[in-house]
Ligand binder design. Sequence first.
Ligand SMILES: Cc1ncc(COP(=O)(O)O)c(C=O)c1O
Length: 451
Amino acid sequence: MAAAEFINLVRGWPSTTLLPTEHLSRAAQKALADPSIAFPGMLYGPDEGYCPLRETLGLWLTSFYRPEKPISKERITITGGASQNLGCLLQVFTDPAYTRDVLFAAPAYMLAFRIFEDNGFAGKMKAVPEDDDGMDMCALRKVLEESERRTPEQQLSKPSRPYSKYYRHVIYCVPTFSNPSSRSMPLERRIELVKLAREFDALVVSDDVYDFLQWPSDSNIPTGITKALWPRIVDIDRFLDGGAERSGADGFGNATSSGSFSKICGPGIRVGWSEGSAKFAYGVSQAGTSCSGGAPSQLTSTYMNILVKEGTLSTHIFEILQPAYAARYKTLMSAIERYLCPLGVKLPQSRRNVVGGYFLWLTLPNSINADSFAERCQSEARVIVAPGSIFEIPGDSSVKFDHSIRLTFSWVDKDLMVEGVKRISGVLESCLRGEGPIAIRKQDDKDEKPF
Ligand SMILES: Cc1ncc(COP(=O)(O)O)c(C=O)c1O
């Protein structure tokens, strides 16, 4: 008997069926055939990144986020994606001797932890719990106050530089369709967050990589939402009470938005953008690696400029991705409601009119430990699910997710998703009955990289 197919409900990658390879191929040919694009594309680029893409992004982001004033290229630095950008931000704007801590909305995107550790923040990462509206602001204030009380003033270990400043705290969050909880922060919460960041000299790093992937939760309402649901935190910081560049402020601001083409085009493209005040965006571009190597992803930036400028990417997002992910979301949701909810599984996030992202966050019955449950799903049912513990903040056990799991609807096809949920329900039934392992077939291979 052939082994049942492994079903990976962990991997937060776009389905290969949704990659716009033909569009990209056409854009690449166009860029490479034109020396005025190809030569700058193939040489070292300016530190801030490929200028035409910065301009195009300014217009494109303005049309999606609709801030009070247009977004100029001076606010944007091109990055190698949100992960690479996070590394740069920490190199330029934090000093682990001086910056007291990093505060995460918990549960948090687990692959960010190592980026913080690599930049000297091991042991300085703290959890701030979420409620249905994302990061809890009372808890955040408490953690910040506690940190200010407890941590002695430290000298800088890095040189001071004219293009940067070192913040006292970093607050990391995914405020829209979060990974992993899929929660979103409403406007009032975003405003509170900016006010707190200003009060405590914190930098809010807002990972805005899922903002474009949104659709009505009611599948009878058509998809194709071309305007962002909420202003980004960086937009609020730009305009609130005189904005980041108000008189008396240092002009760097207290928030930055990290955008990426990974989820809306393809992660292999490795192009993203960092937005903040003009002073902040310039600082990002001054990371040593960019000054030596030029902005990352210079050649692929020329391709992305064509795709965005010609409107191809917008069409792909609004006409292909949104309906496709909406259908996938609906399939996974229906399977969960049908096979898991009757067994006591809960979807903690209250259902909003508009939902999005790549993930669903589930709570198992209290008697079920998510780590051993995930292990049993993998070894007995050949389904890979992410247990809540991997999204806990390393070194801070104050916020635990012993009974949570995350499922992804972006990667596997709909039939497999349903099959995966059925298999999960089989394991759950067996756990609830207190039985030992169920056997679909003994595991004899491993999925190479689950995330
Ligand atoms: C919240 C979040 N940030 C960043 C990334 C990675 O983004 P990039 O590919 O642009 O580095 C992911 C990918 O899963 C993510 O979920």
